[in-house]
Structures are given as C-alpha cells and as structure tokens.
Design a protein. Structure first.
Length: 95
C-alpha cells in the first residue's frame, strides 16, 4: 500500500536498540514495552501552510531521526507498525 501524509505529517518506522544488562544478557527490543524514540522516515507530507505560503519539510524519506517519546501516534498498516507525527515532534536528524 502506498500512502502520502498530508500537511507537515511524517511516517516513521521505529528503530529499537538492543539493550544489554550489566551481566551481558541481551534483552529483546520490546522487553520494556516502551515506544522507540529513534526511527527512519518512510513518508513525508508536502509541508505546512503558514500565512498562505507552503513551508517545505526539512526532513526527507530515509533520514534517521530522534523524536519526542510521546509525540507521534502509533498506527498499524497491513501488519506493520508506524509512528505518525508532525515535523515538530522531530528533535534531530542523525548524521
């Protein structure tokens, strides 16, 4: 399924880092039950309209981003989980 976000929305595929305890045990990525705070942008809207002018998005598809923990909403499309939020939810692009 193809989709195109509207306005300044973006779809993020969450990345979870493996967690290792002090004793060396590797915990599965969903062991804490928390939403990821890092991910890869998979779809981007055209941007936000401010005073009648379109302000283009600064993030693009393929960017790895760090975002607010409780900013984006989690949705599921065809069995795959995505985080959907505004560009304002993105804190940084990882380089």
């Amino acid at each position: 399924m193809n989709f195109k976000p509207l306005s300044n929305r973006l779809f993020i595929e969450g990345l979870s880092a493996e967690k290792t305890t002090k004793s060396g045990i590797v915990l599965p990525e969903n062991s804490s039950g928390e939403k990821p705070m890092m991910g890869t942008v998979v779809a981007v809207g055209p941007g936000k309209t401010v005073e009648g002018k379109l302000v283009a998005m600064t993030v693009k598809v393929g960017d790895k981003v760090l975002f607010k923990k409780y900013g984006p909403d989690e949705i599921e499309i065809e069995g795959k989980k995505y985080l959907v939020g505004d560009e304002d939810d993105v804190l940084a692009v990882l380089v």
